[in-house]
Ligand binder design. Sequence first.
Ligand code: ATR
Length: 279
Amino acid sequence: MILSGRAALAGVLGWPVSHSKSPRLHGYWLERHGIDGAYLPLPVAPENFATAVRALVDLGFRGANVTVPHKEEALALALADEADDNAKRIGAANTLVFRDGRIVASNTDGFGFLANLEQGAPGWQPEAPALVLGAGGAARAVIVALLDSGCRELRLCNRTAARAEVLRDTFGGSVRVVPWEEREAALTDLGLLVNTTSLGMEGQPPLSLDLAKLSASAVVNDLVYAPLETPLLAAARRQGNPAVDGLGMLLHQARPGFEAWFGVRPEVDAALRDFVLAG
Ligand code: ATR
């Protein structure tokens, strides 16, 4: 990578950030498009977050991605300037664009989630009932995206029911809370099943869920991408259900930021997936 004095700069703010795939992902696109720019890992402790963001603005960065544990703080910081509706509804921001000294926040997780589904399961029916497992930050982005896509009935199921109830009260409409013990009964008539919990992730127990009641056409999407083929996705494939892994959401959510900072709308393809996975 050779930069000129006019190089466009961006990066990812996290604590820690060493596990992040974003530098490799954006680096691939920068090289593929021959862009005079760089995307850096930016490890920043929570107590330094606001100072670090203001320093990036002063340094002339185009913007930054924000990951754990800074996403809520990023929204709070940008609210004085500008934040998009998705970030406000989700309560967190993952993308910051610096414009004329102002911090503009957005949340592209829902975009990434939907784009991944459209790419991985083109026949997916957005209006059909969906079952979302989990009620953390990832679930919030998924719920907003599904409701905006016209989902008629969103079944929300979390080990701690109170967290699901908070989300139902926040998003209302077609969100219905299902007790964790009744998750298998809630598989009937589904168009989509999404796991947003950490179950199935490396080092975590698998999600215990018998898919016998799942409709034949229901799409199964796991947000977990390490491992890429979770026990849930493997079980779905064994039953013949379309299964979509979680890596695509990570790759697609990065596209709007890259376009805003570097001026090119990048694509997600098999070569990019292989490159990111190899890192
Ligand atoms: P994120 O912001 O990434 O979504 P999170 O807020 O830590 O992460 O949420 C993790 C989700 O995984 C939660 O829905 C959590 O359920 P609780 O709200 O009951 O904690 C779920 N989860 C984690 N471990 C679990 C387990 N062993 N069984 C069931 N659900 C689990």
